[in-house]
Structure formats: structure tokens, C-alpha cells
Design a binder for this molecule. Structure first.
Ligand code: DX5
Ligand code: ZN
Length: 225
């Protein structure tokens, strides 16, 4: 599998979000990410119910898997994500993250994701308290902090996210959790250093990467600022 050990990750990881890629020319953008210093592909699945937008689903992820040479980090912004765990595994997901706000039986869902051989993540909306993770933090492989309200790329970063990362770090130390901390939404070259300093292990970036003049160079700069 891929390197998921917090102690062995030397540098923070970069996960470009294909939501901001050119959907008419997806293979081109996948190849660029393959060639780049990026670590994962971040794939945003939206159902028009949990979030007010519809993106793409299982067949598109299967198509991406054919060309992608790096792990697929799948972020589910859908209701009842527990119904589709096996389908996302079959499509090629390596990491599967579900929203805290979308799942009633989170412990069961996290274990079902792991049972399928994927890494399991939980995602928190900007208003959702870190303290709600107290009884699940030792079970998850990853916590994704939303630094915008989910649904769209290109939104402004919410400043309170730094404090949430720090609170999460404190909770993880207290509970002995080795989960990776991922941040998603409005991440760019200006806020990346402070995010990593606050404790982020993985930075997701959509617009900052794919709307830049030089995608390879932007990924390089996010990785090596
Ligand atoms: C938003 C998605 C993000 C989005 C980030 O709901 O979860 O992954 O693609 O895009 P940027 O980096 O443009 O805010
Ligand atoms: Zn996302």
C-alpha cells in the first residue's frame, strides 16, 4: 500500500482536488498530477442533497483510477454514504472519508470502510466541534477539517480552521491517535505554511492548483514553500 504512517511522512502531503480540473480533458490533468510532486488525488463526490451541488460519482472514479498513478482520496459529500462503501472500493478508492454530519452510526461506518481494505476518514463541517470526535478519534485513519462550507471549489478560507486544527492535535495527543489531519477548502500558497505549522499533514487544493498558470510549479511550491 502507500505510506500512511504519520511518523514516516517527512513532509506534508499535497492532494490536488480534481473538482477544479478540466472535466472535458480529465486525462490531461490526471497526467500532470501523476508527473507532479503531489501525493494523492482528492476526489469530491457531491449528491445535491447533503451539499447544494452535484459533481461526479462511481463511474467517473473508475475512469480516473485507470490513469491515476497515486492513491485516490475520496471525499463523500452525500447522504447515506454507508450504502456505497463497497462500490467506492471497487471503483478504486484508497481512502474513503464520510461527513460526521451525514452518518448516524459513525463507528459502524468507519469499521466497514476499513473492512473493505481502505483507510477511513471522518470530515467535519466548519461549524462542527472537534470535541464530537472524542469517542471515535482512535478508530479513524484521517480527519478532514473543512475550511470552507462544502459544495464548491474556489471559496474563501475560514480563518477559524487554524484553531480547529490545533484543538484536534491536542485531542489526538490526549487520546493517542495517529490519524492524519487533512484540510480542505481555500488552501493556497499564502495559508499553506501556517496550516502545516498548526498541524496539518495533508493539504487539499483545487482552484489554487488547477486555475494557476503552471500547475506543476504550484504543486511544487505547495510542497516545498
Ligand atoms: C469543497 C471540496 C473541495 C474543493 C476545494 O466542497 O471538498 O475539495 O475542491 O476547492 P478549493 O481548493 O478551490 O477551495
Ligand atoms: Zn474535498
Amino acid at each position: 500500500m502507500f505510506n500512511f504512517d504519520k511518523n514516516k511522512i517527512m513532509n506534508h502531503l499535497i492532494a490536488p482536488s480534481l473538482l477544479s480540473a478540466d472535466f472535458g480533458n480529465l486525462r490531461h490533468d490526471i497526467e500532470i498530477v501523476n508527473k507532479s510532486e503531489a501525493d494523492w488525488f482528492h476526489l469530491d463526490v457531491m449528491d445535491g442533497v447533503f451539499v447544494p451541488n452535484i459533481s461526479f460519482g462511481i463511474p467517473v472514479i473508475s475512469a480516473i483510477k485507470r490513469d491515476a498513478k497515486k492513491p485516490l482520496d475520496v471525499h463523500l459529500m452525500i447522504v447515506h454514504p454507508e450504502r456505497y462503501i463497497r462500490d467506492f472500493k471497487k471503483a478504486g478508492a484508497d481512502i474513503l472519508s464520510v461527513h460526521y454530519e451525514a452518518v448516524t452510526h459513525l463507528d459502524r461506518t468507519i469499521h466497514a470502510i476499513k473492512q473493505e481494505g481502505m483507510k477511513a476518514g471522518v470530515v467535519l463541517n466548519p461549524h462542527t466541534s472537534i470535541m464530537l470526535l472524542e469517542n471515535i478519534i482512535t478508530e479513524v485513519d484521517l480527519v478532514l477539517i473543512m475550511s470552507v462550507n462544502p459544495g464548491f471549489g474556489g471559496q474563501a478560507f475560514i480563518e477559524n480552521s487554524y484553531a480547529k486544527i490545533q484543538q484536534l492535535k491536542e485531542l489526538m495527543i490526549k487520546k493517542g491517535s495517529k490519524a492524519l489531519i487533512e484540510v480542505d477548502g481555500g488552501v493556497n500558497l499564502n495559508n499553506a505554511p501556517k496550516l502545516v505549522k498548526s498541524g496539518a499533514d495533508v493539504l487539499v487544493a483545487g482552484n489554487a492548483v488547477f486555475k494557476s498558470n503552471d500547475v506543476l510549479k504550484t504543486i511544487h511550491s505547495l510542497k516545498n514553500y
